[in-house]
Design a protein around this ligand. Structure first.
Ligand SMILES: Cc1cc2nc3c(=O)[nH]c(=O)nc-3n(C[C@H](O)[C@H](O)[C@H](O)COP(=O)(O)O)c2cc1C
Length: 531
């Protein structure tokens, strides 16, 4: 571990934990991995286990105006997602409603309200953000503060052009290849403090030396990676989508991950939930110890893992969700070698036995997308963890990526956003986690997930879409465009209004300790919380 002098090592404690499951018919106890309260060192939070990874438990591209898309390579591998429309019949008590008194609403284009008193009020509300180290040569590296996956095969990544230093973007355009290395607790606090971009400033790049990091040269001709990073991704430039309407050069960069390199120290034995599938090893978030950005130079590791399998359909047509609870402990010891997956070499199935993109690009924030169906104004809502901002200047923009069934049938959120010309992002906080899970039920177009989840709804202030009344942060978005990448659709929206619950702000920023947003990890049941 580099620069360990500035990292506070803490022990993991494992305590028995039993929690009632909400409306679940099978109740079993789990163990909660409980971490000691992390040290708050200036504006940097870190928790790392004492024993490293030794634990006792625990395209075809559719291009439409107004974008210009530079296509450097194409992916054409079809994919599929399961969706079986059903008739739900689950009545749940409505969640408590929050008064509107403490709400702040910022209409983009007008001066931000005094309560959001910071350099970039949009970014001050957009937490957490997935982070990675980014290099375009063997010398220099920058911290990419906010990116996400957007397609399984080919494995694809997106972020806004302004998230990286301009010099790196220029080099990326020229070389058309780059390397990304996971941002984890292995790098020193000093490295993060130096490399972090304060919101409103232009991102900077540094030599590996300047950040006290060792570079690992690539054997395959890609730029160097951070040596200590358990996950390394060699990428090629797929497309640049210019948002012509926004005047200040905002664009969305799309990369194809050509090769994933995963260190053996990030792998653990398959868990019970993976039984019956031919899975060789689990890519383990607890071993990777990723760091997320909370904005303005503040980074935090995961404080705990949570488990919540997708809601199950019952024989009577209703749906049942488990509670949002502690992840079952990992069993067995880890003794794995490094793993390499290149979809062009190995095909869509990674040697570990599954498509690992969600286990490698994480923790992801969840875009909880609400819309009206045009015909009948049925309120729809569903979670999309392929969600990220793609412009963070005067005109913020966000994107969610929806899988199309058989590469063709769109999910409701996409259809509605395109039909109605708008959608809303709602933040998922811990108290809304179970409702969020219900909203992922595959329901018919004429059914409302709001009703199934017992969610109080309101109409958005500017756009014609419903919002989750109790969500701490909401972005009202005008639909701009859809870009198809293989069997996924990237639905892009201009943020026109931001609604924030004043009680989750500290010094003009959304405070993760108050808002308690949850993050999505790799597997069907896995989530992370920040402490
Ligand atoms: C936490 C979570 C994150 C999800 N993220 C995505 C995603 O990024 N893209 C996607 O296509 N489906 C995702 N899903 C599945 C969709 O939510 C699910 O298919 C839902 O039924 C779609 O609803 P809709 O058709 O009403 O939009 C996710 C599910 C969960 C529980």
């Amino acid at each position: 571990m580099n620069g360990s002098d500035s990292i506070h090592h803490r022990l993991f404690f494992v305590v028995p934990f039993v929690r009632f499951q909400i409306l679940s018919r099978s109740s079993h106890s789990h163990k909660l991995t409980c971490l000691e309260e992390p040290s708050r060192n200036a504006d940097f939070l870190f928790v790392s286990p004492e024993n490293g990874h030794q634990r006792t438990s625990t395209t075809t591209t559719t291009i439409q105006n107004p974008f210009t898309i530079h296509n450097y390579s194409t992916g054409t591998v079809p994919g599929a997602c399961s969706s079986t429309p059903v008739v739900p019949s689950l009545a749940r008590p409505h969640m408590s409603s929050m008064s509107n008194a403490g709400r702040i609403f910022w209409k983009i284009g007008s001066p931000p309200p005094a309560e959001l008193s910071c350099k970039n009020p949009f970014l001050a509300t957009l937490i957490p953000r997935t982070a990675a180290w980014f290099s375009v040569d063997d010398e220099r590296v920058a911290l990419l503060d906010g990116y996400n996956a957007c397609c399984y095969t080919p494995p694809t990544i997106i972020f806004g052009i302004k998230t990286l230093p301009p010099a790196m973007i220029a080099k990326l355009m020229e070389a058309k290849v780059c390397t990304m290395s996971s941002a984890t607790v292995r790098e020193s606090q000093a490295a993060y403090q130096k490399a972090a971009c304060l919101e409103g400033d232009i991102p900077q790049d540094f030599t590996f030396d300047e950040l006290g990091m060792k570079a690992r040269k690539s054997k395959q001709g890609y730029p160097a990676a951070v040596d200590a990073a358990p996950i390394k991704m060699h990428c090629s430039l797929n497309q640049i989508v210019n948002f012509d309407g926004t005047s200040d050069g905002e664009s969305m960069i799309i990369l194809t991950v050509e090769t994933f390199l995963v260190d053996g120290s990030a792998l653990s034995p398959p868990t019970e939930i993976m039984a019956g599938r031919d899975i060789k090893a689990k890519i383990d978030a607890e071993l990777i110890q990723p760091v997320v950005s909370l904005g303005n130079g503040i980074f935090a590791p995961l404080a705990g893992l949570r488990s919540m399998p997708r809601p199950q359909k019952q024989n009577d047509g209703g749906w049942v969700s488990n509670a949002f609870e502690g992840n079952p402990p990992t069993v067995g010891t880890s003794n794995y070698g490094a793993m390499e997956w290149s979809y062009k070499v190995h095909g869509p199935q990674c040697p570990l036995g599954f498509n690992p993109i969600t286990a490698l690009i994480m923790p992801r924030s969840i875009g909880w997308i609400s819309t009206y169906k045009k015909d009948g104004r049925i309120p729809h809502i569903a979670p999309y963890s392929f969600f990220v901002d793609v412009a963070r200047g005067k005109q913020p923009m966000v994107v969610f990526s929806g899988a199309r069934k058989n590469g063709e049938i769109k999910k409701d959120a996409q259809t509605d956003a395109e039909d109605m010309g708008c959608f809303v992002y709602n933040m998922v906080s811990e108290d809304l986690a179970v409702a969020m899970n219900y909203s992922a039920a595959e329901m018919g177009r004429n059914e409302s997930e709001f009703e199934l989840a017992g969610l109080a709804q309101e109409k958005a202030t500017i756009v014609d879409a419903p919002v989750v009344k109790d969500a701490h942060v909401k972005y009202e978005c005008e639909y701009i465009q859809t870009v198809d990448i293989a069997s996924f659709s990237l639905v892009i929206g201009k943020v026109v209004g931001i609604s924030v619950d004043a009680s989750v702000l500290t010094n003009g920023r959304v405070d993760h300790m108050k808002a308690r947003p949850i993050t999505r990890l790799g597997y069907m049941n896995e989530y992370g919380i920040l402490k």
